[in-house]
Design a protein around this ligand. Structure first.
Ligand SMILES: [Zn+2]
Length: 306
C-alpha cells in the first residue's frame, strides 16, 4: 500500500492522499479524523502519516456507517483508548453493529458468502458521542467548534462536517468527478432527501470541499447541481423501463435492465447495491403516484399507475 501523505486544504484542515480522502484536522499534537478508512491496514497507514506529523489521534467523526468510512475505527480505538468517536444517532446503530449493514442487502436474512467482505462489513467499534439526530448543530471538540450539517440521502443519517477553517468534509453526500463519471448509478438510498441535500450543499458558504472519493475542490455548487440532474435522469430511465412493460415488471428485472444499460459489473455485490438504488427510485416513483407495486404470479412487480 502506498505511503499516505497529509495534504493541506487550509490552515489546520488536511486530508489523506490515496483512494480515500480521510479528513485530518490538527489541534496541536493531536488530530481529529473525518472517517477512518476501510480497514486496519489503511488505518495503520493513516496513523503512520499522523505520527510523522508529530501527532496522535484524539477523535474521529464518522460521516456515515459505510465500511470504507468506519472500517478503520477499530484500529484507532484499540490504539488510542481515550479516542472519542462521533456519529449521528442513525449511523451509530450500524457502526456499533457492523453486521447490520450487510443485512440491508439480503432482506435481513443470513447473507450469502458473496456478500461477506470488508466492503459490506466493517470491524466493530463503539461510538462514544452520539450526535443528536437530524439537526444541524455545532459540536465542540478540544475547545474548537465544528459545524455538523445533516445530509440525508446517501444514507438516512449522513452528515457533513465544516471545520473552524470553513472547510467542508462532505463524506459521500456528493462525489468527486472521477467517481461521478465512473458510476452511472450513484449510491443513494432516499431520493427526495438526496435532492434536498444537494440543494442545501449548493448554498453552503464554505472555502473548500473535501470529497471522501475525489480529493478537494474550491467550489461546490456546480457539482451538487450535477448530482441533482443525474438523479432526475436516472429516475426517468427507471420510469421508462417500467412504463414500456405494460403488465408489470419484477423489481429484479428492473435491476437487470439498469445493470445492462449502465454496464455495471456482473457480481453479486454489484447486483445487491444496484437493487438497493433501484428500490429507492421505485419508492420515489410510488410516492409521486407514477407507479404502483402489485403481486403477479408470486412476483412483486412494478407497473405504471393509470
Ligand atoms: Zn458511503
Amino acid at each position: 500500500m502506498a505511503k499516505i501523505e497529509l495534504i493541506q486544504v487550509k490552515g489546520s484542515s488536511f486530508f489523506c492522499s490515496g483512494r480515500l480522502s480521510v479528513g485530518v484536522y490538527k489541534q496541536g499534537d493531536t488530530v481529529i479524523l473525518v472517517d477512518s478508512g476501510i480497514d486496519s491496514d489503511t488505518a495503520k497507514n493513516i496513523d503512520a502519516a499522523i505520527k510523522a506529523a508529530g501527532c496522535s489521534v484524539a477523535a474521529i467523526i464518522n460521516t456515515h456507517h459505510h465500511p470504507d468510512h468506519c472500517g478503520g475505527n477499530n484500529y484507532f480505538q484499540k490504539k488510542y483508548p481515550d479516542l472519542r468517536i462521533f456519529a449521528s444517532q442513525f449511523e451509530s446503530v450500524f457502526i456499533n453493529n457492523p453486521f447490520t449493514h450487510v443485512l440491508c442487502f439480503c432482506n435481513a436474512a443470513a447473507p450469502s458468502t458473496g456478500l461477506r467482505n470488508k466492503y459490506l462489513e466493517a470491524s466493530i467499534s463503539v461510538v462514544t458521542n452520539v450526535i443528536t439526530p437530524y439537526e444541524d448543530q455545532v459540536i465542540e471538540i478540544n475547545g474548537e467548534q465544528f459545524r455538523i450539517v445533516t445530509l440525508p440521502g446517501h444514507t438516512f443519517g449522513s452528515i457533513g462536517i465544516i471545520t473552524p477553517d470553513n472547510v467542508f468534509y462532505c463524506g459521500d453526500a456528493i462525489f468527486g468527478e472521477d467517481t461521478f463519471n465512473k458510476h452511472g448509478v450513484l449510491f443513494y438510498t432516499e431520493i427526495q432527501s438526496s435532492l434536498a441535500s444537494f440543494e442545501k450543499i449548493t448554498w453552503l458558504q464554505i472555502d473548500a470541499t473535501v470529497f471522501y472519493h475525489g480529493g478537494m475542490l474550491a467550489t461546490i455548487s456546480a457539482t451538487a447541481s450535477k448530482h441533482a440532474r443525474r438523479m432526475l435522469e436516472t429516475k426517468d430511465v427507471i420510469a421508462q423501463i417500467i412504463n414500456v412493460e405494460g403488465t408489470g415488471l419484477p423489481i429484479d428485472l428492473v435491476t437487470q435492465k439498469i445493470m445492462n444499460i449502465y454496464r455495471i459489473p456482473q457480481s453479486e455485490m454489484s447486483f445487491a447495491l444496484t437493487r438497493t438504488c433501484v428500490t429507492a427510485f421505485i419508492t420515489q416513483l410510488e410516492l409521486e403516484k407514477k407507479i404502483e407495486l402489485i403481486m403477479r404470479d408470486g412476483l412483486l412487480c412494478v407497473i405504471e399507475k393509470k
